[in-house]
Design a protein around this ligand. Structure first.
Ligand SMILES: N=CN[C@@H](CCC(=O)O)C(=O)O
Ligand SMILES: [Mn+2]
Ligand SMILES: [Mn+2]
Length: 359
């Protein structure tokens, strides 16, 4: 293992918030129930790495985001809807685990294996959460997190499918694997061709991984800007039969049309990896990213999509990527990420898949 990658356990100093001793017991906050990960229904895993952004010629700083997102999230109240499902403190204690962070350090060379090592370690932790029946939620870090999140899901599915076999062997029995789908909220397709992995290559890498294992690539990118992706990228998307819902479509099409496109995509898959690149939002909503969006898609729209996706019961993995605290303004971006994290957990509680029902 590269010495440039380290792991850290849950940092309890991040999990603080209001004390409200004079309120009813329903004045509950996330900081009060988060605990070190031990098979809770939702497991948080931080990817404190932006080597992919550096390799992609972007603005580094995303490696500092996971603790910032946790700090903002810790202060949010646990919604009434969640409390209704988890009727007492003992049950709530089984809801949220923090598995800590995977850190890239000494990232000053562009050619070492620090990113690949971090992706693998992060993937292994995500797999552990999935193997325990939990929803695995990644906190980036750059969007190179996506290859790690996918790999975590892949390892989980192939271990379950090929009990006792070498799960990464392309010749094993992969024909009964569930159909994996990916929905990415992003201004960018992230299908770049490059000699090394970057934050711009993860979905091209995933397509190649699946192809090498005889599996189809089901990828839907929502919020794509025609002014932020080259014609070469759109050509690759077409070759790979990517479902594209552009930023303009998101603004102009009625919800019924968007929902129909999402439903058509979801009908062709069994399990979903959902990823939110925070540069999908307008720069005024999320200024703290490497590549701020001039146009962007609206937060209420992304939240509506998220609810729609969780209602299918197919979401296995979710992550939030590309927050860069160095460019944030008054924690605006971290707060949006925290709200999305709260929504993801709430939706998981309200729409559990069989394997993740813990109450
Ligand atoms: N994560 C992906 N990032 C974008 C960056 C675009 C930019 O820096 O302008 C991409 O590669 O397309
Ligand atoms: Mn992007
Ligand atoms: Mn991206």
């Amino acid at each position: 293992m590269s010495i440039s990658v380290q792991t850290s356990a849950m940092d309890t100093r991040l999990w603080t918030g209001r004390a409200e001793p004079f309120e009813s017991a329903r004045a509950r906050y996330w900081y009060q129930i988060a605990a070190p990960y031990s098979a809770q229904a939702v497991g948080l895993v931080g990817f404190a790495c932006d080597q992919g952004v550096r390799r992609n010629q972007g603005r580094v700083g995303a490696k500092d985001a996971p603790p910032m997102i946790r700090q903002a999230f810790a202060k949010l109240p646990i919604t009434a809807a969640i409390q209704q499902r988890y009727s007492n403190d003992n049950a709530l204690a089984q809801l949220l685990g923090d598995a800590g962070d995977i850190h890239c350090i000494d990232e000053d060379t562009l050619t070492d294996d620090v990113l690949e090592t971090a992706q693998q370690q992060y993937a292994d932790t995500m797999t552990q959460v999935l193997n325990q029946g939990g929803l695995a939620v990644g906190l980036g870090g750059g969007h190179a997190i996506a290859y790690g999140s996918f790999l975590g899901l892949w390892q989980h599915l192939t271990v379950n499918n090929n009990k006792g076999n070498n799960e990464n062997n392309a010749n094993k029995n992969n024909d009964q694997l569930p159909r994996i789908g990916i929905i990415n909220f992003d201004a960018h397709l992230d299908l770049r061709q490059a000699p090394v992995a970057t934050s711009g290559t993860p979905f091209r890498q995933i397509s190649e991984h699946l192809d090498a294992h005889g599996q189809p690539f089901h990828y839907c990118c929502i919020g794509v800007s025609r002014f932020s992706n080259t014609a070469a990228l759109f050509d690759r998307a077409e070759d790979l039969q990517v479902t594209i819902i552009s930023d303009e479509d998101c603004a102009e099409q009625p919800w019924a049309e968007i929902a129909a496109q999402i439903d058509a995509f979801m009908a062709g898959i069994d399990v979903l990896y959902m990823t939110i690149d925070m540069d999908c939002f307008p720069a005024a909503t999320v200024p703290g990213v490497s590549a701020p969006a001039a146009y962007g898609i609206a937060l209420p729209f992304v939240e509506r999509c998220t609810q729609h996706l969780f209602a299918t019961g197919k979401v296995k993995v979710a992550d939030i990527a590309e927050i860069n605290p160095a460019f944030d303004i008054d924690q605006r971006s971290a707060k949006v990420a925290a709200r999305l994290l709260a929504l993801i957990i709430e939706q998981q509680v309200l729409n559990p898949s069989k394997e993740t029902l813990h109450d």
